[in-house]
Design a binder for this molecule. Structure first.
Ligand SMILES: [Fe+2]
Length: 389
C-alpha cells in the first residue's frame, strides 16, 4: 500500500496535471481556464472567488486524442472586471489566481515572446520560464515548435509525452510574483505537426486540442485587447496554406482594425530569416502574401521564430530599409535551444540590424507612446534593447 501511495501519480488523487490560461476574445473582461487531468477526473466545475462571493462555472472536456488517458477541460469565464485579480478552485483545495487585462494603456502592458521551446532539456525550459515569469508579464506569446512532439512523417504518431511535460512545466513555472498564472497564446510550428509543412489540422491533433481557444480550430485568429492592441496569430504553412483563404482573412481582419494603435503578428517561420537562407521553405510565401499586408496596414512588429538565433531587422518596406512607416521583424526563436545557430554573414543579411547566437526571450513593454523591447539571454542579461514609436 505504501509503495502504491508513493508511486501513484498526483493526478489520481484529484489534482489536475496542469492548469493554463488563455483568451478567445476580450482579455479585459474574460479568461479561459484549461486544465489537464486523468480520464477518471470527469468533474467539470470551476469555482470563482471575488470580493467575498463565489460563483460556479460549468466546464466542458475532451479526451486528448493522442493519449486517451487524459482529459482536457475548458471553462470560459466572462463578464469579469478589467485589471482585476480573481481566485479560482478546481477539484481539490489548491487556489489559483489570474488577472484580467486593463481596458486602457494608462499603465504599461508587458508581455514575453519565445518560440522553439522544449527543444532540449526540461531544466533549460524551466530556467527560461522562471526568467520570463520574473518579469511579471501580463501574458506570454509562444511562436511554435512548442514541445517538439511531432514526427517528420505524417503516418507516425506524435510523442504526446513531450506535450504533457511541456504544459506541466509551463503551468508550474509561468507564475507572476503575485501568484497569478500567466496566460499564453500559441502559434503552430513545423515541429507541432506530423509531416511539418502543408498538412491538415488532423496531423496536429495535440496542438489543436491544447490550443482549441486561441488560435482555435481555424489555426489562425485575431485577438483584440480592448481598443489599443490587436494580435494576429498566423499559421506559416503547417496546417493551413499561406496563400488563399488565410491571406484573404488576414487582409479583412487588418482592414477592420485600421485605427488600432498597436498591431502585432505572431507566427513561426520567419519572413526574413537570420540563420537560414531567404529561400528557406515558406519564407518566400510569407514575404509574398503576409508582408505586403503588414506594410499596408502598418503592423507595429512581427514576432518570428524557427531559426534558433536572435535577430532584429531594420524597419522594412517593400524589401528595403526605411526610416519611417516600416515594419520591424523580431525573432528568430530559441527559447529552449541549448546551442543556438550563428547568423549568416552580415553582407548576406543586409536587412537585419542586430543578430546574436543566444538562447533568449523577448520582453516587451507597451505604453501609450510606443513599444520598448528587450532581448534577454539565459543568464537574465539584456543584450539588445530598442524602441518603436
Ligand atoms: Fe521550426
Amino acid at each position: 500500500v505504501i509503495f502504491l501511495f508513493l508511486f501513484t501519480p498526483l493526478f489520481l488523487f484529484g489534482a489536475p496535471q496542469a492548469v493554463y490560461l488563455t483568451w478567445g476574445s476580450s482579455p479585459e473582461s474574460s479568461m479561459t481556464v484549461h486544465w489537464l487531468s486523468s480520464i477518471n477526473e470527469k468533474e467539470e466545475s470551476l469555482t470563482l472567488f471575488h470580493e467575498g462571493k463565489c460563483f460556479s462555472f460549468q466546464a466542458t472536456s475532451v479526451i486528448l486524442p493522442t493519449d486517451t488517458t487524459y482529459l482536457v477541460h475548458k471553462a470560459t469565464l466572462s463578464h469579469l472586471k478589467s485589471d482585476t485579480v480573481y481566485q479560482f478552485k478546481l477539484k481539490g483545495e489548491t487556489l489559483y489566481k489570474f488577472k484580467t487585462m486593463p481596458k486602457t494603456l494608462e499603465n504599461p502592458i508587458t508581455f514575453v515572446v519565445g518560440g522553439d521551446c522544449y527543444h532540449d532539456s526540461l531544466d533549460l525550459l524551466n530556467q527560461m520560464h522562471k526568467l520570463a515569469a520574473k518579469k511579471n508579464p501580463h501574458f506570454a506569446l509562444i511562436g511554435g515548435d512548442i514541445a517538439y512532439a511531432s514526427s517528420v512523417f505524417s503516418f507516425m504518431p506524435e510523442n504526446t509525452k513531450r506535450w504533457i511535460e511541456w504544459i506541466e512545466a509551463y503551468s508550474k513555472t509561468m507564475i507572476r510574483e503575485d501568484g497569478t498564472l500567466i496566460p499564453l497564446i500559441g502559434a503552430i510550428g513545423n515541429h507541432d505537426v506530423n509531416g511539418r509543412y502543408s498538412q491538415t489540422p488532423e496531423m496536429a491533433k495535440t496542438f489543436y486540442t491544447l490550443f482549441s481557444t486561441m488560435p482555435g480550430p481555424q489555426g489562425y485568429a485575431v485577438l483584440d485587447f480592448s481598443d489599443y492592441m490587436s494580435l494576429f496569430v498566423l499559421d506559416s504553412g503547417h496546417t493551413h496554406p499561406i496563400e488563399g483563404v488565410q491571406t484573404k482573412w488576414l487582409e479583412e481582419a487588418l482592414s477592420k482594425r485600421g485605427d488600432r494603435k498597436y498591431k502585432f503578428a505572431l507566427y513561426h517561420v520567419p519572413a526574413y530569416p537570420s540563420c537560414r537562407k531567404m529561400s528557406t521553405l515558406m519564407s518566400p510565401e510569407i514575404r509574398e502574401h503576409f508582408v505586403p499586408l503588414f506594410e499596408k496596414y502598418q503592423l507595429t512588429a512581427a514576432f518570428e521564430h524557427h531559426d534558433h538565433g536572435y535577430k532584429r531587422t531594420f524597419p522594412l518596406k517593400e524589401g528595403k530599409r526605411v526610416t519611417s512607416k516600416g515594419v520591424v521583424y523580431i525573432g528568430d526563436g530559441g527559447f529552449g535551444v541549448e546551442s543556438p545557430r550563428m547568423a549568416r554573414p552580415q553582407e548576406e543579411i543586409p536587412l537585419i540590424e542586430k543578430t546574436a547566437s543566444k538562447t533568449h526571450f523577448i520582453f516587451a513593454t507597451l505604453r501609450d507612446k510606443g513599444l520598448e523591447v528587450e532581448a534577454i539571454d539565459k543568464e537574465g542579461a539584456v543584450f539588445d534593447q530598442f524602441f518603436i514609436e
